[in-house]
Design a protein around this ligand. Structure first.
Ligand code: NVA
Length: 300
C-alpha cells in the first residue's frame, strides 16, 4: 500500500492489521520511540482541526520524527495561482509523507496521483479514514470483538464519517444501520450506498437503533456547511438527535462521536457526557492508530 486515501481501497486484512498494530503500540509506545527518526511528515490543512493536527504531531514526535504544519490560506494554491499537481510534486521533494485535510476529494486524489511520497487522507468532504480506523480500534477495545456487532448511525449522513464507517462495516462484516431524513442533502452518497450493500438505510430511528452495540452520530454542521444553513438543517435533523430515549432503545450500546460536537443538537449533554460515551477514548486512539498508519506507510 502506498497511500491511505479511502477505507474503500483497503482489504479486510489491511484494516485489521492497522487496528492490531495500533493496540500493540498503545500498550508499549516506548518500543517505537525511534522508529521514524529523521523522517518528516508534512501536514497540509485547508480547514480547521484539533484532533487531526495534534494527534499526527504527537504521533510523529512519539516515534522520533519531525512535522511541518502547513495551513493553506496563504499558499499560492489557495489563491488559485498554483496547481495541486505542482504542489504535490514540490512537497514530495521535502518530506517522507504528507497528511492532507481538504474539502474537495477529487482535488485530493489529483494530489495523490502526483505525489511520489505516501499521502494520508486527514479528512475530505467525502471520507475520513483515519477517524474510522481509530474508532474501530475503540470498538474492539470496548466490545472485545468486531464481527457480528451492530452499529447504528443517526443524523446527517451525506457525510465523510458516515461514508468511511459504511465502507468499514461492509468490509468487516459489521451490521450497520443509518437513520437519516430521506432527502439527498442528508442521504449518503449514491455510489457508497451501492457499494455497501449490507448497510441498511432508513428514516426510522427506532428500527436503526434496536439491538445495536454502538450508537454513532456526527455534527449537523460539518466544516463544509455554511453557518447560514444552521437553523434549517437543525429543524430537519431534530428527530435524529441521540438522546437518552434513543440510548434506552439500544440497551447496552456505547455512544460514539468523532467530535467536534454541539451539545443539544445532534446529541444531548447527558448522553455525550454520560457513562456510555467513549468519545474521548476515540479522540485518544487517533494518535495510536496514526502511529500504526505512519509506520506502515513510511518505510525506513
Ligand atoms: N463530518 C465532520 C467531521 C469532523 C471530524 C466534518 O466534516 O466537519
Amino acid at each position: 500500500m502506498k497511500h491511505l486515501l479511502s477505507i474503500k481501497d483497503l482489504s479486510k486484512k489491511e484494516i485489521l492489521d492497522f487496528i492490531k498494530l495500533g493496540i500493540k503500540i498503545k500498550k508499549n509506545p516506548k518500543k517505537y520511540h525511534n522508529s521514524l527518526y529523521e523522517k518528516v511528515l508534512l501536514t497540509f490543512f485547508q480547514m480547521p482541526s484539533l484532533r487531526t493536527e495534534l494527534s499526527f504531531d504527537a504521533a510523529m514526535f512519539t516515534m522520533g520524527g519531525e512535522v511541518i504544519d502547513y495551513h493553506s490560506e496563504t499558499s499560492p494554491w489557495a489563491k488559485g495561482k498554483e496547481s495541486i499537481e505542482d504542489v504535490a510534486k514540490v512537497m514530495s521533494r521535502y518530506c517522507d509523507a504528507v497528511m492532507i485535510r481538504m474539502h474537495d476529494h477529487n482535488e485530493f486524489l489529483k494530489f495523490a496521483k502526483n505525489s511520489s511520497i505516501p499521502v494520508i487522507n486527514g479528512l475530505t468532504s467525502f471520507e475520513h479514514p483515519v477517524q474510522i480506523l481509530g474508532d474501530l480500534m475503540t470498538i474492539l477495545e470496548k466490545k472485545k470483538k468486531l464481527k457480528g456487532l451492530k452499529i447504528a448511525y443517526l443524523g446527517d449522513s451525506n457525510n465523510n464519517v458516515t461514508h468511511s464507517l459504511m465502507f468499514a462495516c461492509q468490509k468487516l462484516g459489521i451490521k450497520m444501520s443509518v437513520a437519516c431524513p430521506n432527502k439527498k442533502e442528508f442521504y449518503p452518497d449514491k455510489g457508497v450506498v451501492k457499494y455497501c450493500k449490507s448497510v441498511k438505510i432508513t428514516s426510522n430511528v427506532e428500527e436503526a437503533v434496536k439491538d445495536s452495540d454502538v450508537v454513532y452520530t456526527d455534527s449537523w454542521m460539518s466544516y463544509k456547511i455554511p453557518k447560514s444553513q444552521h437553523n434549517r438543517r437543525a429543524k430537519t435533523l431534530r428527530n435524529f438527535q441521540v438522546n437518552s430515549k434513543v440510548m434506552k432503545l439500544a440497551k447496552k450500546a456505547i455512544f460514539m462521536h468523532c467530535l467536534p460536537a454541539l451539545r443539544g443538537e445532534e446529541v444531548t449533554k447527558d448522553v455525550i457526557d454520560g457513562k456510555q460515551s467513549v468519545v474521548f477514548d476515540q479522540a485518544e486512539n487517533r494518535k495510536w492508530i496514526e502511529m500504526a498508519v505512519l509506520l506502515r506507510l513510511i518505510k525506513r
